[in-house]
Write a protein that binds this ligand. Sequence first.
Ligand SMILES: Nc1nc2c(c(=O)[nH]1)N[C@H]1C(S)=C(S)[C@@H](COP(=O)(O)O)O[C@H]1N2
Ligand SMILES: [Mo]
Length: 344
Amino acid sequence: MNDTRANDRLPPGQQLAARGKWPVVGERAPAKAPHEWTIEIAGEVSTPCSWTLDDLKRLPVVSRLVDIHCVTRWSLLDVPVRGVLLEILLNAAAPTAQAEFLSFVAHSQRNHSTSLPLQDATQLGAIVAWEVNHAPISVEHGGPVRMIVPGRYFYKSVKWLRRIDVLAEDRLGYWEADAGYHNRADPWREERFVTTSLSRLEVRQLLESRDWSDRDLLSLQVARRDLSHLVARRAMLRAANFRQAVLRGADFQGANLSNASFAGADLREADFADADIEGCDFTGADLRGANLCTQSMLGVSFTDGRSVAKIDRSTRIPHERLSELADAQRQVVVPCLHRQAPIP
Ligand SMILES: Nc1nc2c(c(=O)[nH]1)N[C@H]1C(S)=C(S)[C@@H](COP(=O)(O)O)O[C@H]1N2
Ligand SMILES: [Mo]
């Protein structure tokens, strides 16, 4: 696919994943593989149903090309998916008049689940899938059977599907209830996270204290603030807004910064060791002397095509991390890392 066509199909704030790569996100294996894998539909239905994998494969099979959009800003276009339309299973179970929501429950230690309005699930063409890229889905990607829900961020597509509960009232899923992820998750409206619940007074106290270690500060808005030498070890700062902030020497060790924005921020000598920075935006930020020895760099950007982060030999980025960047990002970052730091 050429780039202009790809751009039309990328929702705001998304970029294509590195060519040929399908990142693994969240859990990597089911709790324990059952002896025989069955999918159940229960709850507000006239006929609770259960299918083995073989039963599913005897139903009318669909092959679709699906665009996948992860909330941590990577996308894959035209992914071949094979399975059975969820609608077919629902028709067999016959939802009652009270049925409004679906909760998709995984075989998972934490009983991982996610939910969708019943009407959205059928209108979006949700698929109970067992093949992706013309091969059986691997275990880490949710095999033998997972949901694939087109038109929603990928956290709405549960891996290792076990049961679908048909409900009269919504039941928030794992990411939605505990991590502040948006419950509708429409990528075209950028429904990534719910916003912070902190009061202005609380924000003011935070700005004064400069010690945010272990605090829960989801979606904090501190653009353009002077926060040099901030200490925010292990803080929950998912989707925080640090655009243009002064964060010289800031200590973010072990913090959760996924989807945070640091565009244009001064991050000289900032320490991100072991922090979660998936989906972070460092466009135009000054990263000289910064430590980016993190667990993953999926979805991270350093340039928007115009403005580029200041990166040179003094910026620490482990070699393994570079391969996780989107092609356009990697091509800009790698030459900078060899650049000699100017003598001050
Ligand atoms: N059971 C289960 N399903 C899950 C998750 C999870 O942690 N556990 N993570 C979700 C998230 S956030 C994403 S982006 C996709 C990732 O699927 P992949 O690892 O196959 O890319 O699965 C979703 N389904
Ligand atoms: Mo995700």
